[in-house]
Design a protein around this ligand. Structure first.
Ligand code: HAM
Length: 421
């Protein structure tokens, strides 16, 4: 028997109701906030991710699904959505269309990580990007949008962490200070941190082992220049005005290299180790970096698997999918079958979800199947019924049966379903 690849999942049945719930709300709210959908390919040139996510990040160093295609090109399954959207924005000349531009996306991403609850190798993100605005208004609006989206899908038990990384020059000065500080403790650091020290000293602050050293490390906020500081202050004021609760987290640095100024992450209290349900921030230098002009930008992405876990952990009442409200059971000759077909069509035209018997079983087996698939009503049509110009309707919840004149059956079923909903 074949098995799915480690770190991937098959999604089907009632599990899908959580995904519909999230995706429908994500699409609706995105449009409401002026984001339009963008769909980019699932694979890109490897260079795109190395350049944007950063040569020294965990993603590029350890986690990318990279392969050579039959034409000898190095291809990578996208580990995240920002770089492809920026590539599309530059390549399609959208840069000349006018600002701001706002895009959202929903789709699979791929990272070769150690799988555990909330961490997969194929996972899905809902993300959004804003191009063109240098103003803290854009940062505030983005965070408000994320907050609203999480509330809309029913979550309350989360907190938003924010920080500023300053501008590139600020960060360079800060990195120097960190190197200086950690150089005194280098021999006591964990092996991972020794590598991070060389490659990306900011990531030392993230370490789960060397927490004590991070506590006493120089604070980024002390190295932030005047402009970035003002930007951050204004953002906080705007969030306060909007009534958004947030936690200032000076140690939040994020795992991708393209960020500057505002970064944020949303953590859910009931998810354990994989608590980050969303993350994002500003990346003012990225568009220029991959071939465009100097266009400020920012965005976020939420991990959909983690949103599903959070929804379940909070017992959010998620609407069932309407898949099988009425089952049409029929037994008899072609005349009976034709009536059954016509009725199925008529009910579906009215927006009622219908399952029509297509296995040609005996009535007992058909009724059993109606119950198994959760039908609310079962319509029973046999030769006797056709002769009398009626159908039988069985309420599957109470077991009651009624005879209905064929001409009125559609409106009768609608009324009955309304009463049962
Ligand atoms: P990220 O923080 O790497 O940011 O990912 C965003 C979210 O995706 C995480 O908070 C988490 O919920 C989810 N996620 C990440 N890796 C996994 C995984 N292996 N399994 C399950 N869920 C995962 C980005 O990807 C940036 N592109 C966000 C962004 C957009 N920044 C600006 N614009």
């Amino acid at each position: 028997m074949y098995q799915k690849i480690k770190g991937t999942e098959d999604l089907y049945g009632q599990e899908m109701k959580f995904w519909y719930w999230i995706e429908e709300k994500a699409r609706k709210l995105s449009l409401l906030y002026g984001f339009t959908e963008i769909r980019t390919p699932i694979f890109e040139e490897t260079k795109l991710f190395v350049r944007s996510v950063g040569q020294d990040t965990d993603i590029v160093q350890k986690e990318m699904y990279t392969f050579e295609d039959k034409g000898g090109r190095s291809i990578t399954l996208r580990p995240e959505g920002t770089a492809p959207v920026v590539r599309a924005f530059v390549e399609n000349g959208l840069i000349t269309v006018g600002f701001p531009q706002k895009y959202f996306y929903i789709g699979p991403m791929f990272r070769y990580e150690r799988p555990q609850s909330g961490r997969q190798r194929q996972f899905h993100q809902f993300g959004a990007e804003i191009f063109g605005s240098p103003s803290p208004l854009a940062d505030a609006e983005l965070i408000i949008f994320v907050n609203e989206f999480l509330k809309e899908i029913g979550l309350v038990d989360f907190e938003i962490h924010i920080n500023t990384l300053g501008d590139t020059e600020d960060r360079a000065r800060y990195k120097e200070a960190l190197k200086e500080y950690y150089s005194q403790h280098l021999d006591k650091l964990c092996d991972d941190c020794k590598v991070r020290y060389e490659r990306n000293v900011l990531r030392l602050l993230d370490c789960k082992v060397d927490v004590e050293y991070a506590k006493n490390a120089p604070k980024l906020i002390d190295y932030i220049g005047e402009n970035a500081r003002k930007h951050y202050e204004e953002l906080k004021e705007l969030l306060d005005t909007a009534g958004i609760k947030y936690i200032e987290d000076p140690r939040l640095v994020r795992g991708l290299d393209y960020y500057n100024r505002t970064v944020f992450e949303v953590h859910h209290h009931k998810l354990g180790a994989m608590s980050a349900i969303a993350g994002g921030g500003r990346y003012d230098g990225l568009i220029k970096e991959i071939g465009g002009k100097d266009v400020p930008a920012l965005g976020f992405a939420a991990g959909m698997e983690r949103l599903v876990l959070a929804i379940k952990a909070e017992n959010v009442e998620v609407e069932d999918m309407r898949i099988n409200e009425v089952y049409i059971a029929h037994f008899g000759g072609s005349e009976v079958r034709n009536v059954a077909f016509r009725l199925a069509q008529q009910l579906r035209d009215e927006g009622i979800a219908v399952n029509l018997e297509i296995m040609e079983r005996g009535l007992g087996a058909q009724l059993k199947n109606a119950a198994r698939t959760g039908a609310k009503l079962c319509v029973i049509i046999g030769e006797n019924e056709i002769e009398k110009n009626v159908v039988m309707i069985k309420n599957m919840e109470t077991g009651e049966q009624f005879e209905f004149e064929i001409n009125f059956v559609a409106s009768g079923i609608k009324d009955m379903l309304d009463d049962m909903r």
